[in-house]
Write a protein that binds this ligand. Structure first.
Ligand code: SF4
Length: 362
């Protein structure tokens, strides 16, 4: 099943009354738009205007990770253990739970000889080694753009560099990256951390970043780091991934036209949080919600313009459900604004490729 086809289990709530009445969700066909301006009119009188941002929602890494878990479940049957949430989204995780995925935060929770899948956020070598020790059949759905950061950390550590990793403490990706060279990496969370840094050899210093940071925050921190360590090295291509950058760019370009910004995504999704933060920093009221059941309808008005977007791990179905709710509550019109096309695709993990091909051929 293509990831965009993710079914949302309809929660009980005011917003979905229309669904129970069989009113159809207004689907916006992005592929058909050229300067990407499609207008769906609903109702008359005072109507809310919704600007639907694109790109939004699933990125190539999330698509690959979700397809990997679907295939792993098909190939090996339930239970399939997943180290950490496959992606940081409540709907996706809940639906996989129903299909037999068991999410664990410790490899010791996985019974010996079981199948385990590493999530899109990547794991440290310690976890890979623990999986081998338990004789687990491990498959790896780490996003290649996270792997890129791991390889950069390994490269710099081998050259005896100290690495400043700009990121959020405790995030799965940061834990995995730091695990590649714990003795060489110092975590920098904000500008305040920079003054107190003690670096033994400033000629051997590099910085890396988490893939899902705020571009603006990261640039501010990098500027400060460069003021203190002008010779610091960095990888040729920036680590904040294309999907994070594009979704932030869309909010940056469109938010000033809106009274309210609604971001679909889970609270533990770093890139979704950054989209909300981007709008809040511009003084615009912003909500980060998992789906229509979380909408605070009393805080919205029919005369408002709403910018809607979704983090890289949020399914399109929750966007459509939320649109559906606003269309019915406020007679909203929906205007699609695509600021950039995306065509990135990542291959499946090697051990799943032939199985995927077999299924396709059936
Ligand atoms: S947000 Fe970026 S780094 Fe994370 S899975 Fe998606 S493409 Fe990969």
């Amino acid at each position: 099943m293509p990831p965009h086809g993710y079914a949302v289990v309809a929660p009980e709530g005011t917003c979905l009354w229309n669904q129970r009445l069989g009113i159809q969700t207004p689907t916006v066909h992005e592929n058909e738009s050229k300067r990407h301006h499609s207008l769906l009119e609903h109702g008359t009188g005072t109507v809310m205007k919704i600007i639907l941002a694109a790109p939004r929602g699933f990125c190539a890494g999330v698509n690959m990770a979700i397809e990997s878990l679907e295939l792993t479940l098909k190939k090996f049957g339930a239970p399939v253990y997943v180290y950490h949430e496959i992606v940081h989204n409540q709907y996706v995780v809940d639906q996989f739970r129903e299909k037999g995925a068991v999410f664990v935060d410790s490899i010791e929770e996985v019974p010996s000889d079981s199948v385990v899948l590493f999530s899109a956020h990547g794991v440290s070598p310690e976890i890979r080694s623990a999986a081998r020790d338990r004789n687990l059949h491990a498959l790896d759905a780490t996003c290649p753009l996270v792997t890129k950061v791991h390889l950069e950390a390994i490269k710099y550590a081998k050259l005896n560099y100290t690495i400043l990793l700009i990121g959020h403490e405790g995030h799965d990706e940061v834990i995995g990256t730091m695990g590649e060279a714990p003795q060489a990496i110092i975590l920098v969370e904000d500008e305040q951390d920079i003054q107190s840094l003690v670096i033994e050899d400033e000629t051997k210093l590099a910085y890396l970043t988490q893939t899902t940071l705020s571009v603006d925050d990261a640039n501010r921190i990098i500027k400060k780091i460069k003021e203190r360590f002008p010779e610091i090295e960095s990888p040729p291509k920036q680590d904040i991934c294309y999907a994070t950058q594009n979704r932030q760019e869309a909010v940056r370009l469109l938010a000033d036209r809106a009274d309210v910004v609604i971001v679909l995504g889970s609270q533990n999704s770093s890139n979704s949080q950054r989209l909300k933060q981007l709008a809040s920093d511009r003084g615009i009221t912003a909500f980060l919600i998992d789906g229509p059941q979380d909408l605070e309808l009393s805080q919205l008005n029919a005369d408002q313009t709403v910018l809607m977007t979704a983090g890289a791990s949020a399914p399109e179905s929750v966007v459509q459900q939320t649109l559906d709710c606003l269309v019915n509550e406020f007679n909203a019109t929906v205007e699609l604004e695509t600021i950039r096309e995306e065509s990135v695709h990542f291959p499946l993990p090697k051990p799943l490729r032939s199985f995927a091909a077999e299924l396709k051929a059936e």
